[in-house]
Design a protein around this ligand. Structure first.
Ligand code: AMP
Ligand code: MN
Ligand code: MN
Ligand code: MN
Length: 276
């Protein structure tokens, strides 16, 4: 079986490596099929494709779309999309549009908690003027000495109930799935174990996702514990959803799991790449 890693980020969103450096690292680590899945963005795919050709690995055109469902933020992965599809391009632009204003509000919220100039500080870590994310604030908070590492940031700041959290409206689940499908792609629920929903809420989410045309869920993820992997493998079988696997790599020193460093999919699942 080929070695797949279907979730990674570059400097076109909140990753630390350029598309070229990311692809080279994946190839060196034995990844044979890599999906670049930048947040709300397909701008890195052309460079990644060229690098993948040179490195002799396969690149999957991907993206990770930000979605609001009830009061939860979800991420939906897109695989094998046509990055030149106008409807997808417009959809992604509409998701990105709100990010700058949101970042300013995050800055104001941190200022109110006694951390001034965080917006300007975060901008210093931004590597694509098209995309500012909480990750850039996290890097600023670490550099400014407010926390030890980016993992700790997301316990003490930037999450609901903590300084630097602001509510934000992303795309709807229907919109995200529609844009992905119009662009010829497959829609996969990213790291479902991360969402703070009750067990029945999760079943409702997965049922709605499937009924809207969603294709799969990310069973293997660096965000998942072993128990969550088993849980989402069961959900994938029960809901008739395909299974995916990805490291969600963001860069050296920042990610739990390096490119390609995942266990195999549990048995009895249909891999999302079955017909690729
Ligand atoms: P945003 O899309 O601006 O809300 O930023 C979300 C990004 O923040 C994610 O893609 C991760 O890169 C990062 N992030 C969120 N939660 C965590 C966490 N608990 N630990 C580390 N990084 C996180
Ligand atoms: Mn990220
Ligand atoms: Mn995500
Ligand atoms: Mn991701």
């Amino acid at each position: 079986m080929l070695r797949y890693d279907l979730h990674s980020h570059s400097t076109h969103s909140d990753g630390l490596l350029t598309p070229t450096a990311l692809v080279r690292r994946a190839a060196e680590r034995g990844v044979e099929v890599l999906a670049l899945t930048d947040h709300d963005e397909v701008g890195g795919l052309a460079e990644a494709r060229e690098a993948a050709f040179e490195a002799g690995i396969r690149l999957v055109n991907g993206a990770e779309l930000s979605v609001s469902w009830r009061d939860v933020t979800l991420h939906v992965l897109a695989f094998r999309i046509d990055p030149s599809c106008p409807e997808l391009i417009d959809g992604l632009a509409s998701i990105r549009e709100g990010r700058s204003g949101r970042a300013r509000r995050i800055g104001e919220s941190l200022a109110a908690a006694g951390i001034p100039d965080a917006y300007e500080g975060a901008l210093k870590f931004v590597t694509s003027e098209r995309l500012v994310s909480r990750t850039h604030f996290a890097r600023f908070l670490v550099e400014a000495g407010h926390v030890r590492d980016t993992k700790e940031v997301f316990h003490r700041y930037l999450v609901r109930g903590k300084p630097g959290h602001v509510e934000h409206q992303w795309a709807t689940l229907q919109q995200a799935i529609h844009w992905i499908h119009v662009a010829g792609g497959r829609a996969v629920m990213a790291h479902p174990g991360r969402y703070k929903v009750t067990p029945s809420g999760m079943r409702e989410l997965l049922a709605e996702f499937r009924d809207e045309g969603g294709d799969g869920i990310e069973v293997i993820s660096s965000s998942h514990t072993g128990a969550q992997t088993a849980e989402f493998a069961r959900h994938a079988r029960a809901f008739g959803l395909a299974a995916s696997s990805g490291s969600d790599y963001h860069g050296p020193g920042e990610s739990w799991v390096d490119l390609g460093d995942m266990p195999e999919l549990p048995g009895g699942l249909v891999p999302v790449w079955k017909d690729w």
